[in-house]
Design a protein around this ligand. Structure first.
Ligand SMILES: Cc1cc2nc3c(=O)[nH]c(=O)nc-3n(C[C@H](O)[C@H](O)[C@H](O)COP(=O)(O)OP(=O)(O)OC[C@H]3O[C@@H](n4cnc5c(N)ncnc54)[C@H](O)[C@@H]3O)c2cc1C
Length: 375
């Protein structure tokens, strides 16, 4: 009898939204090692809910890895990736206890995402650190009598609406550079969402481009006056939330030749990293298209199929990105969850379906393959 064939070893670098889902798909057919600076899935989704209703957000977007049934077959390493050696096919990691590890791979998935504001940071964090971060931002905003939200993307718009809904006595103003916010969505989305913001009393201020203070990485709530390069008077608020989309790819651990001029990972349409063999990238870190949209378009499924095809010597398929952003902008509200299609048209999950169908069946069972209750 011949010895059983060794299973390929797949290292998933970064267990956020895309890396985690990729690991779940591959756990049945490969020995998967997931490396993460956090001991949990801490989703990059729904900033507005996170800031205003942290318990609701944590229930749906922050899950310890031990709660995910599909990860039972994945070895997770809580640590920081510090290097990739293509010649020896290994990654270097410093784990949470400070030990230096070397993890060999047959296939590597790069999914270390981006840093954005104070809510998405790549550094090593424990559960207690995550809890502190979550509460600190919420408490600071809860105590503010006025909040200026700077930015015109989904994070800014969602924050403004949720802040105004949760704290109706707080003056919330949204400042954005163009005539309309959400410029990467279909224009219908802003038409719908701006009416919702106005109904909640959010002050809308188009044509405002903020001067970012020298040396400020937009990674904290501030209290200093905000100046505008577009000429308006300075604005003062008890709290200023910077959500200007200043994302920085978490690629400091990678060789420079794998990166484009902005530091994102260069990939071919089938998600292979250019100039490598058996190295793939997915999610916000991967320069797939101008919107780097592979996370929200669930390219994790295609990636898992392509990795299996690569290992079997079969042809790989391409990722085809939609031209416009789509998805939820405002998060779950009292009347349900509105999701905007690329055409700008909205479809709504009614409120009663969120906790009976959407979360338990579609998200937890369907997408994440079973999530245990918290212990
Ligand atoms: C099911 C689903 C639904 C979505 N719905 C929407 C939607 O409706 N609207 C919308 O706008 N977007 C949506 N998105 C997309 C989402 O907003 C982001 O694009 C997504 O969070 C990015 O995922 P990521 O895995 O690339 O990055 P992240 O989730 O940020 O994961 C990166 C991980 O890598 C870790 N890391 C970074 N550097 C290191 C290092 N050196 N060492 C170790 N770990 C490191 C980070 O700590 C983090 O845990 C959705 C995504 C998914 C999967």
């Amino acid at each position: 009898m011949s010895a059983p064939k060794a299973r390929p070893r797949v290292v998933v670098a970064g267990l956020g939204d895309s890396g985690l889902l990729t690991a779940l798909h591959l756990a049945g057919s490969a020995d998967v090692v997931g490396i993460s600076a956090k001991p949990a899935l801490v989703s990059g989704q729904e900033l507005g809910i996170r800031l205003t209703r942290p318990d609701d957000w944590a229930r749906d977007y922050w899950w310890g890895f031990d709660r995910l049934r599909g990860l039972d077959r994945v070895r997770t390493v809580h640590g920081t990736l510090t290097g990739l050696d293509l010649a020896t096919r290994t990654v270097r990691v410093t784990d949470a206890d400070g030990a230096r590890l070397v993890e060999p791979f047959d296939v590597l998935v790069i999914s270390t995402g981006v840093s954005n504001g104070f809510w998405r940071r790549p550094g090593l964090q424990s559960d207690a650190d995550l809890e502190l971060d979550l509460r600190a931002a919420h408490d600071q905003l809860a105590a503010a009598g006025s909040i200026a939200v700077v930015g015109g993307g989904a994070a800014a718009v969602s924050s403004a609406l949720n802040l105004a809904t949760t704290w109706p006595d707080t003056q919330v103003d949204l400042y954005f550079p163009g005539e309309a916010a959400l410029p990467k969505h279909h224009r219908r989305v802003w038409q719908t969402v701006s009416a919702r913001l106005a109904a909640r009393g959010v002050g809308l201020h188009p044509g405002h481009r903020a001067v970012v203070p020298e040396g400020f990485a937009c990674d904290a709530l501030t209290r200093e006056p905000v100046s505008w390069s577009t000429g308006q008077q300075d604005v003062v608020a008890d709290a200023v939330l910077w959500a200007i989309g200043r994302v920085v790819p978490n690629t400091g651990w990678l060789p420079a030749e794998l990166l484009d001029e902005s530091g994102f990972v260069r990939v071919s349409p089938d998600l292979r990293v250019l100039g490598t063999d058996g190295v793939f990238a997915v999610g916000d870190v991967a320069a797939t298209d101008p919107l780097r949209s592979s996370a929200r378009n669930r390219a994790d499924k295609l990636l898992a199929r392509n990795i299996r095809a690569y290992l079997a010597g079969k042809p790989l398929a391409d990722y085809t990105p939609p031209k416009r952003r789509w998805g939820s902008v405002l998060g779950v509200q009292r009347n349900g969850l509105e999701v905007f299609a690329p055409s700008g048209r909205a479809f709504r999950f009614p409120a009663w379906t969120i906790r009976t169908v959407l979360q338990p069946l579609i998200v937890r069972r369907g997408i994440y393959r079973g999530v245990r209750p918290p212990t």
